[in-house]
Design a protein around this ligand. Sequence first.
Ligand code: GDP
Length: 301
Amino acid sequence: MFDALSDRLGNTFDRLRGRGALREQDVRDAMREVRIALLEADVALPVARDFIEKVTEKAVGESVLKSVTPGQQVVKIVNDELVAMLGGSEGEDGHVPLTLEAKPPVVIMMVGLQGSGKTTSTAKLGKLIREKHGKKAMMASLDVNRPAAQEQLAVLGEQAQVDTLPIVEGQQPVEIAKRALESAKLRNVDVVLLDTAGRLHVDEALMAEMKAVASVATPTEVLLVVDSLTGQDAVNVAQSFSDEVPLTGVILTRMDGDARGGAALSMRAVTGKPIKFAGVGEKLDALEAFHPRRVAERILG
Ligand code: GDP
């Protein structure tokens, strides 16, 4: 992950740091290289353009160019903007935690396309809420399109030691969501995770279903699950969902793979919402809190 991007930026910055003095043109040349590196890493074009504009504006000023270590200053500006691009100003290391302190049962709605890792991420999150937050969680699958989806969540629930809502054949998503909330209240559950249906593509029926579920479940968190390996497609999917559903955050899966990183770098700008977690494997504890500052450090080496 980020390897190619990191190498290319490293080369550009080594050259910048190697010079004693910098002219405006040197900065502009370096920024052209950074722009290409970002685009080749699959960063969305408007996001890359905006990034370069912001960095250039700050870096070509006299205070930087006339300073003793202009190269280092430029690299620092890039670092700061990279953290901002990843969503960095909030919290420790820029991590935005889950909102779990509302009146129970707190509802977390998971949305995303089929195959994005939504069901796995639901179970990972259930486990994390039980283990790290010490709260009682319950999960319910609202996926009535894919026959095995509800059973899959039940199996994962057993592994995660998190209860799942018993399956009732023939119920529709909104009915299942209502039943999950009722059951959660009866059983004193703190957090209910709703694993909504995914489809292969974003379509109107999917969005209508998400909105109907959101209106009965009034979720505190609506987390979009996207596969980081799908690059530009992940960005397009995020755009579609964020236009329709009130997202509160993003979970990027398959960050253990060799994604070029563009999805991670574009997500905050495209959705306006923080990446809260990264999926880093198939196992149920392979979920990491997303820390923009640490990710920026990894990219810049
Ligand atoms: P859904 O259709 O969106 O619910 O997707 P699933 O949760 O069924 O996941 C699809 C596949 O991706 C499964 O084989 C998961 O084990 C795998 N998967 C999910 N998240 C990750 C991840 O972060 N890393 C890796 N390597 N595999 C993942």
